[in-house]
Design a binder for this molecule. Structure first.
Ligand code: SF4
Length: 325
């Protein structure tokens, strides 16, 4: 009990230190969240793109792959997942014994919805060989919830596979095109795209480099190939965070959803971060609020529910995704 109390006080101090300047209105609600978190023995996971105040109350903040790994290893009785729906479903797949709360069930990912189970079934019936090669190489790059993933051979990650891993597998258009360019291989591309990253244009890089000539440009592999070609590096959000932390450089232009700037600035106060385009915000990632988190912990709802069949069959592609380093 004493250790729970110490965790509660430490979390509260961390939050009040960060928000000691004008966001005090949140303090009451944060206090309540922390109390309920202890009462429920819950772990809060948040994606790098969520609202800053959500990131600040989370036990762990990361990209989709890091959050999946955390869900698989945490063994928490209750996981509060702050991200889009397919990610919360992935957490449930990896931690079926846990109650996985998705505080606002509305946020789906438009890109994940660009491939339905029926379309995947039809694709595999038409291209049985692609399915076999997917099994052999398991380098796929896909978003999808449990219902979609059990039709697939591999899950999704934003990290580019090493040379030789990718083959002729259906992949989302932007990262798939970037992987094909990097490996010099032909990849059949699924007609999916991220509407948020598609807002980033090559002219944004040119203009940003003029404003900040010594800054390093980092973009996400979801960006179109013309943008990736102009950047210094294309990295997952987790990769970007490691890069800026380890780099001796002091200025960075960031080409991904702007939520990540909060964490970058917080963890690297001696460095400067500029958004490549400030309008790059994912409305789905921003939907979950502190009130939603509090309500879900208090009511233990909405919880992610997946059918037994989906839980069983979707596990293999997720496990293959976790093998990607
Ligand atoms: S940023 Fe793009 S891929 Fe990520 S959740 Fe939003 S729409 Fe989906």
């Amino acid at each position: 009990m004493l250790s729970c109390y110490i965790i509660y006080i430490t979390d509260l101090l961390k939050y009040s230190f960060h928000y000691g300047d004008g966001t005090q209105g949140n303090m009451e609600i944060v206090k309540e969240i922390l109390e309920w978190k202890i009462r429920r023995n819950a772990l809060i996971l948040a994606h790098n793109y969520t609202r800053p105040e959500i990131q600040d109350i989370a036990d762990f903040v990361g990209d989709s792959l890091e959050l999946s790994r955390k869900a698989a290893e945490c063994h928490a009785p209750v996981i509060v997942f702050c991200g889009v729906r397919f990610m919360a479903e992935t957490a449930k797949l990896l931690s079926p014994e846990s109650i996985v709360l998705h505080p606002n069930p509305l946020p789906g990912c438009p890109m994940a919805d660009m491939a339905s189970p029926e379309e995947i079934r039809a694709y595999r019936a038409k291209h049985p060989d692609a399915g076999r090669r997917i099994r052999q190489h398991h380098g796929g790059y896909q978003n999808g919830g449990g219902h979609l993933l059990h039709q697939r051979q591999c899950g999704k990650t934003s990290r580019l596979p090493a040379a030789g891993q990718a083959s002729a597998l259906p992949s989302r258009r932007q990262p798939g095109a970037n992987i094909a360019a990097k490996l010099g291989r032909k990849i059949e591309l699924w007609p999916g795209r991220c509407p948020t990253h598609n807002k980033i244009l090559p002219e944004h890089i040119t203009a940003a480099r003029q404003r900040h000539p010594i800054a390093i440009v980092l973009v996400h592999p979801e960006c179109v190939p013309a943008v990736v070609a102009l950047a210094d590096h294309a990295l997952s959000t987790g990769g970007m965070l490691r890069f800026v932390h380890e780099s001796a450089q002091k200025e960075f232009i960031i080409g991904t959803e702007c939520g990540i700037l909060h964490r970058m600035r917080k963890e690297n106060p001696d460095k400067a971060f500029y958004p490549l385009e400030p309008a790059v915000l994912c409305p789905n990632m921003k939907r979950i609020t502190l009130e939603d988190v509090l309500n879900s912990l208090r009511d233990m709802s909405p919880a992610v529910e997946l059918e037994e069949e989906v839980l069983r069959r979707a596990r293999a592609p997720i496990d293959r995704m976790l093998e990607v380093r």
